[in-house]
Design a protein around this ligand. Structure first.
Ligand code: PEP
Length: 339
């Protein structure tokens, strides 16, 4: 249950609402969304919503166990905009179509500089790169960890572009949040609730990938975990789901983009790299994603894909990425947005 306080609610009124919830046996936390204070509880208590509705300073009460609350269009009908990297950074969910690009994994300073130079020249608005890699096999490259974060941060200072990177454990959230502009929660961790809570409380925007076997509802409820910790900066990422056909790595579910945008005000981006696993499909799926209403893309690029330590088979070269960007522009403009 969430009590949305009016923007001019006093600290005393907010404390009173918290006290009312505690009297009902609930343990409220304070969040913030677009300048309004939210008093949030995980559980419901019979009659508590009615009591809150009459309390001074409460604008409305959002109630409904097990259902989307903060992420739903009922809570906010207009599209949310998520700013990443401060006033000069990127805005997801606005008029701009945001392309985030970089290697799957941060490998070295030379690799990062080469890839970043290529994607910046082609017009990427944000950089990506994994320092902590959640690999299927324990024998695969696990990422450079903290050293990788430093290499990514170096590219952020060099280019001025915001960076997104994955965090895989709750204990690493603070460190990753300090060294990046946006946290990524990967497909394998979409329902790691301890991680979602910690990332939600970090104050950093979060890119939440859809679990590879998650329904749209489960995905949106995972986003709800982030938002109910007071984090208004949630961006969803469709990255493909498991199906029977091995012709592609996963099956990119573009209908999920349109459906998620119908149900939620949160921005939705598409990862055509991890979903298809095939460089020749990244371009067509990027164009299709823009056409069906996505707010941006997350694309793997590597300047020497054959030597990549992670997912080289799906990475675009710098030239291929530049070509996708050129072909993307007219589609983005046709749907009334800018690249
Ligand atoms: C990634 O983007 O680096 C990644 C591992 O993606 P996913 O979680 O979608 O597999």
């Amino acid at each position: 249950m969430i009590a949305v306080m009016s923007k001019d609610a006093t600290p005393h009124q907010i404390a009173h609402v918290q006290a009312l919830l505690r009297q009902s046996g609930l343990d409220p936390v304070i969040g913030e969304f677009e300048g309004a204070t939210l008093v949030i509880t995980e559980n419901e208590a019979p009659g508590a919503a009615g009591v809150l509705e009459t309390a001074t300073g409460v604008e409305r009460v959002v109630d409904g166990q097990g259902a989307q609350q903060l992420t739903s269009r009922d809570f906010r009908s207009a599209d949310s905009r998520v700013a990443v990297g401060g006033p000069d950074g990127a805005v997801l969910g606005g008029d701009g179509f945001v392309v985030i690009a970089g290697p799957c994994a941060v490998e070295s300073q030379d690799q990062m500089t080469g890839v970043v130079d290529a994607v910046v020249a082609a017009g990427a608005a944000m950089l990506r790169g994994g320092a902590f890699k959640p690999r299927t096999s324990p024998y695969s490259f696990q990422g450079l960890g903290v050293a990788g974060l430093a290499l990514l941060a170096e590219q952020r200072s060099r280019t001025g572009l915001p960076v997104v990177t994955e965090v895989v454990t709750p204990q690493d959230v603070e460190r990753v949040a300090e060294e990046s502009d946006m946290l990524q929660i990967g497909t394998r961790n979409m329902q790691n609730f301890a991680l979602l809570r910690e990332a939600g409380a970090s104050g950093r925007p979060v890119l939440l990938k859809r679990g590879m076997a998650a329904t749209i509802e489960e995905w949106l409820l995972a986003a709800e975990y982030l938002m109910h910790m007071g984090n208004g900066g949630v961006v969803l990422c469709e990255r493909g789901i498991r199906s029977f056909d091995r012709s592609t790595r996963f099956t990119l579910d573009l209908s999920a983009v349109a459906e998620a945008k119908r149900r939620t005000h949160l921005p939705v981006v598409v990862d055509p790299s991890h979903s298809t696993g095939r460089p020749h499909l990244v371009g067509p799926m990027s164009l299709a994603a823009a056409a069906c209403g996505a707010d941006g893309l997350l694309i793997d690029v590597h300047t020497d894909a054959r030597a990549a330590l992670c997912d080289g088979a799906q990475a675009l070269s710098g030239a291929q990425f530049a070509d996708v960007m050129t072909r993307l522009r007219p589609v983005v403009e046709a749907v009334g947005r800018t690249l």
